[in-house]
Design a protein around this ligand. Structure first.
Ligand code: ZN
Ligand code: ZN
Ligand code: ZN
Length: 153
């Protein structure tokens, strides 16, 4: 955890920003809950446990700054809520998500499965891919085991 905080500190410094105690508290929550996809309000409530004096506006501004610096990615799973996701170290592109339409669980796929698709887009559309969002919506393993069936028309 400490070396990742250190790296993020350096990323901020490189853009002339400081890792203030409030920003650090926010980054720590993101690291501790890395497998979650939290909204600004959820992050705020967790940060408040570490830094009770912090306000929602400060947390919100920190999250915007971290998104701008590509330290976190903002993602929306179709429920209208922006969620914040730490970018994995060394990952060139954003990881993929499997969102269960029944229980709402979110799984992450760390391997970039889009290499061939990116090549097609670049060759056939002459478009230089910088990043992508790929979210699959469906039923997770445990919902399938529990007997939930997809609605087919
Ligand atoms: Zn994710
Ligand atoms: Zn990719
Ligand atoms: Zn499920």
């Amino acid at each position: 955890m400490e070396h990742r905080i250190d790296r993020i500190k350096k990323q901020l410094h490189a853009q002339s920003y400081k890792l203030t105690p409030q920003r650090e508290a926010t980054v720590r929550v993101l690291l501790e809950r890395e497998s979650d996809h939290l909204s600004a309000e959820e992050i705020y409530l967790l940060v408040k446990e570490k830094a009770p004096e912090i306000g929602l506006a400060t947390v919100y501004r920190t999250l915007e700054l971290l998104s701008e610096l590509k330290i976190v990615d903002k993602i929306n799973f179709g429920d209208g809520v922006s969620r914040y996701d730490l970018r994995k170290e060394g990952a060139e592109h954003f990881h993929h998500h499997l969102v269960c339409i029944e229980c709402g669980s979110v799984e992450e796929i760390m391997d970039d499965l889009l290499g061939d698709v990116e090549k097609i887009v670049e060759n056939e559309w002459g478009f230089k891919v910088q990043d992508h969002r790929l979210t699959f919506h469906g039923l997770c393993k445990s919902c399938q085991k529990a007997g939930v069936e997809t609605i087919t028309s």
